[in-house]
Unconditional design. Structure first.
Length: 175
């Protein structure tokens, strides 16, 4: 009988621990539902999950020019109301760094790796960023804008990377 009570107590404790972990994980997960800007057809969904000292970024974007590369950035304002994506402002850059390639030297916090579309105009991706956080004390992207650009990012032109017009816009939010 003692063994059964112990097993029940242990199972209850494990269930409470799992619920605690699940609520902790959901607080460190945000998504961005990309909608096309005026005159464009680009759309998709991006998920950001805090994993230790990095953020796992994964998603799929459709409606891109086939076999092409597109600038991909987190912008300072979570506002897609302008129709052209310009209401998101500039790249998210709380550290005041120059624009550059993600994971390679100095760069804006919002500089992400460019998207590479396949022959069907779809970019599927998954990478870890150590520049951003989800609900963290610094560089939190919750409530910021996410933009897909028409052109590749040259990683040199200041402050934008010369990535051209904004094809799709999203607000990064908890769901």
């Amino acid at each position: 009988m003692k063994k059964i009570r112990f097993a029940i107590a242990l199972s209850s404790l494990a269930a409470v621990a799992l619920v605690g972990c699940a609520s902790h994980l959901s607080g460190n997960r945000v998504t961005a539902k990309l909608e096309p800007t005026r005159g464009n057809t680009t759309s998709g969904t991006v998920t950001f999950v805090q994993t230790g000292d990095g953020v796992q970024v994964s998603g799929e974007v459709r409606g891109l020019k086939p076999d092409s590369e597109h600038g991909f950035h987190i912008h300072e304002k979570g506002d897609c109301s302008s129709g052209d994506g310009m209401s998101t402002g500039g790249h998210y850059n709380p550290g005041g760094k120059p624009h550059g390639a993600h994971g390679s030297g100095e760069h804006h916090t919002g500089d992400l790796p460019s998207l590479k579309a396949d022959k069907y105009g779809v970019a599927a991706f998954s990478f870890v960023s150590r520049s951003i956080s989800v609900a963290g004390p610094t560089n939190d992207i919750t409530g910021k804008g996410l933009i897909v650009h028409r052109d590749p990012d040259d990683y040199k032109t200041q402050p934008t990377g010369n990535a051209g017009p904004r094809l799709a816009c999203a607000v990064i939010a908890a769901k």
